[in-house]
Write a protein of this length. Structure first.
Length: 158
C-alpha cells in the first residue's frame, strides 16, 4: 500500500501536472469518469499516474463541448481492446451537428443584437431602442427554442 501511495499523486499534484482544478478532478471522479482514488491514512485522495491521460482526455472532450454522456461513451470505446472507429465517428458527427445548430442560433442572435446596437448608435433618441426591443419581443415558444433561432428579427420603430 505504501508503494502505491508513493507512486501516486495527490489531487493537488494531479491538478498542477494537468492544469485542471482539483475541484474538477474530484467531480470527474465522483461521476465516474475517473477511477476511484485511493485514500491515505489521513483521508487525502491519491491517484495512480495513469489517470493523467484519462483526465486530459475527459477535460479536452468537455472543452470542445461533448456532453458527459458522450465523454462516458468515448471513454468506454477508448478502453475497449479494439475501439469502434465507426461508433466514435457517430458520436463526433452528432456533436458536430449540434455545434453547427448552435452556430446558426448564435448568428441569428448576433444579427438581432447588431440591429439593436445600430438603432442606438446616435445616442440622441428619446428612450432606448435596445430596451424597447427587449421589452416588447416575446421569446419563441419552448417547443421551437432548439430547432429555430433563439430570437427573431424585429423591426423597431426608430
Amino acid at each position: 500500500m505504501a508503494d502505491t501511495i508513493r507512486a501516486s499523486m495527490s489531487v493537488g499534484q494531479l491538478a498542477e501536472r494537468t492544469g485542471i482544478k482539483a475541484e474538477t478532478i474530484r467531480y470527474y471522479e465522483r461521476i465516474g469518469l475517473l477511477p476511484p482514488s485511493t485514500r491515505a491514512a489521513n483521508g487525502h485522495r491519491h491517484y495512480a499516474g495513469d489517470v493523467v491521460g484519462r483526465l486530459i482526455f475527459v477535460h479536452r472532450a468537455r472543452e470542445i463541448g461533448f456532453t458527459l454522456d458522450d465523454v462516458r461513451a468515448l471513454l468506454h470505446l477508448a478502453d475497449a481492446r479494439e475501439p469502434s472507429c465507426a461508433r466514435v465517428h457517430d458520436i463526433a458527427a452528432a456533436h458536430l451537428g449540434s455545434v453547427r445548430s448552435k452556430l446558426t442560433d448564435l448568428q441569428a442572435v448576433e444579427s438581432v443584437l447588431a440591429e439593436m446596437v445600430r438603432a442606438c448608435e446616435s445616442g440622441v433618441l428619446p428612450g432606448c431602442p435596445i430596451i424597447e426591443a427587449l421589452s416588447h419581443t416575446p421569446p419563441p415558444p419552448k417547443s421551437q427554442r432548439r430547432r429555430r433561432p433563439l430570437y427573431r428579427r424585429t423591426t423597431a420603430a426608430v
